[in-house]
Design a protein around this ligand. Structure first.
Ligand code: NAG
Ligand code: NAG
Ligand code: NAG
Ligand code: NAG
Length: 253
């Protein structure tokens, strides 16, 4: 997060608010809503707390799931909440210590145990083990990220990837098949058709602040067979008209 990014956010929001009554004149008659006002304060929080991914609600939702899994001796009101809070705070303190440059050796030694106890399932899972017998998979965990075939879970199949080792830029596609032979696994990915040349991409003006790009909503027949390490990240796809889809880069790096 930079001052420039936060300011750009606020400018985009301002042009959206200003455009609202132009493009949707009926909003002129609406009462002013506090959420529009509040959205402008996201600017302050971006400067105070950094990227939204660090402070939006998803981590808290995840924490609720993880708190529910903590073993408690009984379900007596008051004690249960105390146990949950203490366990959570202990975990957070330990995590804070681990990030410090002067972290004592003994705490580092306990990191492996800590990870096993507190890391979410996906971070623990690493990479799926080889199949007993070579063949296709419906999903495959690679280095903590779960990829699926489109027929199994469309969202988990959408990726940005390098079609070959010499490719300079990643492209978008959907995993059609996952094939494992011994300890080698490859993805067969069907390419998303690009937007026909000369067509206007309304998302380009927000790039790189909102890393989305318009594609055709059609898939190409071309497939690429790639090693899981050629995948840059998952992406999100939304078909916003009959022949157009917008693809959002979900890379966190
Ligand atoms: C797996 O993820 C870790 C941490 O994100 C990274 O350092 C490592 O290079 C990754 N390994 C592979 C094989 O991509
Ligand atoms: C991966 O995703 C699939 C759904 O596509 C799900 O059935 C499976 O349990 C997930 N695997 C892990 C380890 O989360
Ligand atoms: C893709 O394959 C389908 C079915 O094999 C075929 O009908 C279609 O014409 C092909 N599309 C292109 C663009 O080659
Ligand atoms: C996706 O985002 C990552 C991280 O911001 C960036 O390195 C990468 O170039 C982006 N890829 C595309 C295709 O936009």
């Amino acid at each position: 997060m930079t001052v420039e990014r936060a300011t750009t956010y606020r400018n985009f929001l301002k042009s959206w608010v200003e455009g609202l009554t132009v493009h949707h004149p009926h909003t002129l008659n609406h009462a002013k809503r506090p959420n529009v006002h509040v959205a402008f304060h996201i600017y302050d929080f971006l400067l105070l707390f950094g990227p939204v991914i660090s402070w939006w609600c998803f981590p808290f939702e995840r924490i609720i799931g993880f708190l529910q899994k903590i073993n408690t001796a009984n379900h007596i009101g008051g004690e249960l909440e105390g146990t949950l809070t203490k366990s959570f705070l202990r975990g957070a303190n330990l995590r804070r210590w681990l990030r410090r440059s002067d972290c004592p050796e003994i705490i580092k030694q306990f990191k492996a145990i800590f990870d096993r106890a507190f890391a979410p399932q996906s971070e623990r899972a690493g990479t799926s083990p080889p199949l007993v017998r070579d063949g296709n998979r419906a999903h495959y965990m690679f280095n903590g990220t779960n990829f699926s075939c489109a027929s199994m879970h469309l969202g988990n199949s959408l990726v940005l990837y390098y079609p070959s080792t010499s490719a300079s830029a990643p492209i978008t596609g959907s995993i059609k098949k996952i094939i494992s032979r011994g300890d080698k696994t490859s993805f067969i990915i069907r390419r998303q058709a690009p937007l026909p040349t000369g067509q206007f991409d309304p998302f380009l003006r927000y790039y790189p602040y909102f890393p989305a790009q318009t594609y055709s909503s059609k898939m190409q027949n071309t497939t690429d067979t790639v090693h899981p390490s050629m995948i840059l990240s998952h992406c999100a796809r939304f078909e916003f008209s009959e022949d157009r889809a917008v693809v959002l880069n979900l890379s966190r790096s």
